[in-house]
Design a protein around this ligand. Structure first.
Ligand code: NAD
Length: 498
C-alpha cells in the first residue's frame, strides 16, 4: 500500500437481519405473491441478497381492497393528531434502525454507505417528522377549511433513492389521511421490505400501507386499478407518459416526477474551489443516478480551462469501490441494464465528436462500475447534451453572456432543476428568474429539505412533492356546505354564537 492510501473500512453487515425470502406486505402482514419470484442482487459483486415475491394483478387487487378497508374503517376516521402520532413513531423507528437501513440500501442499490448513512436515511426520518407535524394542521395548509383525503393512493417509485422516494410518497399521503399501495423498483426492494417491518413495529393499523414488489407490470396494475383514487409516480419520462395515458379520462389525480438534464451554470466571478466541489456533488453524488443531477455544466468561456483542469484533479482523488466501505465516494452502478445505457450514450458522445476523459480508477472485476467521466467540446445538439444519461458522466458546454447561459440552460425538453454559481446576488436572482426549472440552487447543489417543494416543468413532470405543496397532491377541498358546517361546529364548540 502506498503513502496516504486508505485502508479498507467496511461497514459491518452484521447489523442486517435479512430473511432469505420476502413476501408482499398486505394488510399488515407478509404473504406470498402469486407472480414469479425474483432475486435481488448486490450490484457491487452480483451476489444474491434475497428472493422477492412478485405481485400479480390479483395480488394488487387484494392490496387495494385492504387499503380501501383501512381508509374507510380506520385511517380517514382517525383524528389528525392520532395519525401524526403514528408518523412520529415511524420517524423515530427509522432513526433507531438507521444503520441497518443504510447498510441494506447500500447493499441493494450500490450507493456509498456515507451517502445512505448521512443523506438518504436522515432525510427519510426528516420527511416523516415533517409530515407528522402537518397531520393535525391540514386546515392551515392553504387548501381551504377541512380539506379531505382522496382515498387510496397508488404509488410507483424508482431505484435511485429507494427508501427516500418511498418516504416522499408515503409520508404526505398518510398525513393527509389517505391509505397507500406502493411498489418499489424491482432492483431495489430491500429497504422497503425492512420498512414494512418498521410499520409492524409501529403498530400501524393493517392495510394503511401495503408494499407490493414486482416489475413494471405490477406497477401498471396499480396505476390502472379502478379503485385507486390517486396515482403518484417517480421514474422515467417514457413510463410517465404511459401512465399519463392510462390515467387520462379517469377521475384519478396524478403527479409525475420524471427525468431531468439540469444545467449547472458557473459564472466567471464564482468562487472556483467551491464551484468545483458543487459540480462534483451535482453529478457524481449517487453515481449520477439523480433525476435533478447537474449533468450539463455550463461554464463561462474565460474560466473553462481552469475549471476543467481542477475538476479532473478533483475527480482523480475520488475513490471508487465497495459501497459498504466508509471511504468510498463512487459506488456501483445499480444494474447491468443501466451500465449498458451509460456505456452506449458515452460511446455516442465520442462518436459525435466530444472529447472524453475518465478518471483513472481501478474497476473491480465483478459488479457494475463506471469511472467518473467528463466530456468537453460538447455541442448543444449532441445526444450527451440532450438525453438523460443517469450515470457519472458530465457534459461540459460554454457560454459568454448571461443571456446565452439562460438560453442554453433552457434548451432542453426537461425542467427539473438548475444551479447557478456566482458571487453576485443580483445576478443569481435575475438568472434564476428566467430558468425554466422547478428547483434552482445558488452556490450549492443537490440540497433537499422536506419543507421545500420539488418537481418539474415540461417533460420532467407535474405536481410538487415536499412542503405544504406536497399535501395538495393528496387532499381535496371540502365542499362549501361541509366547510360551513365545520366552521359552525367549531364555533359552537368554543361557545361563539353566530
Ligand atoms: P422506470 O420508469 O423504468 O421505473 C420506475 C418505476 O416504474 C419502477 O418501479 C418500475 O418497475 C415501474 N414501471 C415500469 N413500467 C411501468 C408501467 N408501465 N406502469 C407502471 N409502473 C411501471 O425508471 P427507473 O429506471 O427506475 O428510474 C430512473 C428514472 O427515474 C430516471 O429517468 C430519473 O430521472 C427518474 N427519477 C425522477 C425523480 C424525480 O423526482 N423527478 C426522482 C428519481 C428518479
Amino acid at each position: 500500500m502506498g503513502f496516504l492510501e486508505y485502508a479498507p473500512a467496511p461497514e459491518s453487515r452484521a447489523v442486517l437481519r435479512l430473511r432469505d425470502e420476502y413476501g408482499l406486505f398486505i394488510d399488515g402482514e407478509f404473504r406470498p405473491g402469486s407472480g414469479e419470484s425474483f432475486t435481488t442482487i448486490s450490484p457491487a459483486d452480483e451476489s444474491h441478497i434475497a428472493t422477492i415475491a412478485s405481485a400479480s394483478a390479483a395480488d394488487v387487487d387484494v392490496a387495494v381492497a385492504a387499503a380501501r378497508r383501512a381508509f374507510e374503517k380506520t385511517w380517514s376516521r382517525m383524528s389528525g393528531r392520532d395519525r401524526g402520532k403514528y408518523l412520529f413513531r415511524i420517524a423515530r423507528l427509522v432513526q433507531e434502525r438507521a444503520r441497518e437501513l443504510a447498510v441494506a440500501e447500500s447493499l441493494d442499490n450500490g450507493k456509498p454507505i456515507k451517502e445512505s448513512r448521512d443523506v438518504d436515511v436522515p432525510l427519510v426520518a426528516a420527511w416523516f417528522f415533517y409530515y407528522a407535524g402537518w397531520a393535525d394542521k391540514l386546515d392551515y395548509a392553504g387548501l381551504g377549511a377541512a380539506p379531505r383525503p382522496l382515498g387510496v393512493a397508488g404509488q410507483v417509485i424508482p431505484w435511485n433513492f429507494p427508501l427516500l422516494m418511498l418516504a416522499w410518497k408515503i409520508a404526505p399521503a398518510l398525513a393527509a389521511g389517505n391509505t397507500v399501495v406502493i411498489k418499489p423498483a424491482e432492483t431495489t426492494p430491500l429497504s422497503a421490505l425492512i420498512f414494512a417491518e418498521i410499520l409492524q413495529q409501529a403498530d400501524l393499523p393493517p392495510g394503511v400501507v401495503n408494499i407490493v414488489t414486482g416489475a413494471g407490470s405490477t406497477g401498471a396494475a396499480i396505476v390502472r386499478h379502478p379503485d385507486v383514487d390517486k396515482v403518484a409516480f417517480t421514474g422515467s419520462t417514457a413510463v410517465g407518459r404511459e401512465i399519463a395515458k392510462a390515467v387520462a379520462g379517469t377521475e384519478k389525480k396524478l403527479t409525475l416526477e420524471l427525468g431531468g438534464k439540469a444545467a449547472n451554470i458557473v459564472f466567471d466571478d464564482a468562487p472556483i474551489d467551491q464551484a468545483v466541489e458543487g459540480i462534483v456533488n451535482g453529478i457524481f453524488f449517487n453515481q449520477g443516478h439523480v433525476c435533478c443531477a447537474g449533468s450539463r455544466l455550463l461554464v463561462q468561456e474565460s474560466i473553462h480551462d481552469e475549471v476543467v483542469d481542477r475538476l479532473k484533479q478533483r475527480l482523480s482523488t475520488l475513490r471508487l469501490g465497495d459501497p459498504l466501505d466508509k471511504n468510498t465516494d463512487i459506488g456501483a452502478i445499480n444494474s447491468r441494464e443501466q451500465l449498458d445505457r451509460i456505456r452506449e450514450l458515452s460511446r455516442i458522445g465520442e462518436e459525435e465528436g466530444a472529447e472524453r476523459w475518465s478518471a483513472d480508477c481501478v474497476i473491480p472485476d465483478n459488479g457494475f462500475w463506471f469511472a467518473p467521466t467528463i466530456f468537453t467540446n460538447v455541442q448543444a445538439s449532441h445526444r450527451i447534451a440532450r438525453d438523460e444519461i443517469f450515470g457519472p458522466v458530465l457534459s461540459v458546454l460554454t457560454f459568454r453572456t448571461p443571456g446565452e447561459a439562460i438560453e442554453k440552460a433552457n434548451n432542453t425538453p426537461y425542467g427539473l432543476s438548475a444551479g447557478i454559481w456566482s458571487d453576485k446576488g443580483s445576478r443569481i436572482l435575475a438568472v434564476a428568474d428566467r430558468l425554466r426549472a422547478g428547483v434552482v440552487w445558488a452556490n450549492t447543489f443537490n440540497r433537499f429539505d422536506p419543507s421545500s417543494p420539488f418537481g418539474g416543468y415540461k417533460e420532467s413532470g407535474y405536481g410538487r412533492e415536499g412542503g405544504r405543496h406536497g399535501l395538495a397532491a393528496y387532499l381535496k377541498s371540502a365542499s362549501a356546505g361541509e366547510s360551513a358546517r365545520r366552521v359552525e361546529a367549531g364555533r359552537a364548540k368554543k361557545g361563539i354564537l353566530s
